[in-house]
Design a protein around this ligand. Sequence first.
Ligand code: G3P
Ligand code: MG
Length: 240
Amino acid sequence: MTINYAHRGASGNYPENTMLAFEKAIEMGATGIETDVQMTKDGELVILHDEQLNRTTNGNGLLKDYSLKEIKKLDAGSWFSQDYSSCTIPTLKEFLELTSKTKLKINLELKSNIIQYPNIEEKVIDMIYKYNMDNKVILSGFNHYSMVKCKEISSNIKTGLLYMSGLYKPETYIKYVVADALHPYFYALNQDIITGIQKSGIMINTFTVNDEKYMKFFASAKVDGIITNYPEKLKIILGE
Ligand code: G3P
Ligand code: MG
């Protein structure tokens, strides 16, 4: 069955990457959650998409220049709606605390492509084991060096290679890198490319599919996971 991954939580209707967006995704019937992991100045793992605080909080500048204590004072909801001004940036711990009690599959994207957070791979993997989530989590990243590092630290934890488009023979490339899944932007795929990847027994989790026409296409192509801002719409299409 195709996994219905809520992208940054139920981010179409709630402020992305907040505990509210994750709780709502669960209520809506998502079977997975995708989220983005970064690190504060004092080495704490937190959930935020942009490297900059500006778009989704009332903070300024780079997340990496602030301590967790400072980060926790920020409002991460008002940019979306005044109703959500009490939302804060979650820690990875808070996120795993919630999701480890569910059957959800979790896709943790390591945001190690622009800022190279020291030892983020080791820290995230430690936390995954602490919460006994090794069978439920797939790590992903645009930085494939970081994905190789994850496999070296723990070959048991699944990894996925994120890419935008134009990757030539992805089913060959992934064998060279050594990972478990391809995480292409949905425009990078067509039926022929999907068939080639599936014949090689490699998983496909595609992002970010918000249009129902494309949801239907990828559902009928039986990809392993669809990452969407609208898990409630995808649930209907997947017939769950
Ligand atoms: O993991 C899928 C997708 O989230 C990758 O891109 O920029 O939305 O984190 P981005
Ligand atoms: Mg992401």
